[in-house]
Design a binder for this molecule. Structure first.
Ligand code: FES
Length: 209
């Protein structure tokens, strides 16, 4: 297993320079707290901090056990000090990804960061599971889940997705940013692979399902 990875945001990539390691730790903590609060209302939330401090310091790939993740739920793992979201999307959630893509800034993720194997309409190796780095591509805040479709607080025809609390950027359930938002690009998808049906390795340099 690789002990290091090239999957960090490239120098100059949006969000890369805005989030130093200390801030990333804070982002992870903030993300978990926010998720727990929202989960209490409608969306169950699981937090997982699996790698050892040593592994984190080395930036090693981390394993994520998704066996307890129910449809419609989100969990977070920490990788290289960054929150990585894993969302188990329902059929209804997946259906929103092909609707009204004209509203998106980069619907085909041509200028956004993801491994080749995730360069598809779902931005994932398996449609059911979204894996993205939960750091806004504007200035590095961590967006929060707004999964409920037609949430009146999100404006008309909201399909479900994520909202950045800092300057209001909105992302769909594939991490694609809507047009005319402060964030320029979609949320980055890290390299990852499936070790089994219920276990992911995040940050691995080898790609594939
Ligand atoms: S940091 Fe997310 S919109 Fe500004």
């Amino acid at each position: 297993m690789s002990q290091s990875t090239d999957a960090t945001l490239a120098p100059g990539a949006a969000g890369a320079e805005a989030v130093d390691p200390e801030r990333r730790r804070l982002l992870v903590a903030t993300c978990i707290a926010g998720g727990a609060a929202s989960g209490a209302v409608a969306w169950p939330f699981l937090a997982s901090m699996q790698p050892s401090d040593r592994a984190r310091a080395l930036g090693a790939p981390v394993e994520a056990d998704i066996s307890a993740l129910e449809p419609g739920q989100q969990m977070i793992v920490e990788w290289q000090g960054k929150p990585v979201w894993i969302v188990r999307r329902t059929k209804e959630m997946l259906a929103t990804l092909t609707q009204d893509t004209a509203q998106l800034a980069d619907p085909n993720s041509k200028r956004s960061e993801q491994p080749t194997a995730a360069q598809n309409e779902y931005r994932s190796l398996k449609p059911e599971y979204l894996v993205v780095v939960g750091i806004c591509t504007h200035l590095g805040c961590s967006p929060t889940a707004r999964f409920a479709p037609n949430d009146p607080s999100m404006g008309p025809n909201w399909p479900g997705g994520f909202l950045c609390p800092c300057h209001g950027s909105k992302f769909d359930l594939a991490g694609r940013v809507f047009a005319n938002m402060p964030a320029p690009d979609n949320l980055p998808v890290p390299n990852y692979k499936y070790l089994s049906d219920t276990k992911l390795l995040i940050g691995d340099e080898t790609k594939g399902a």
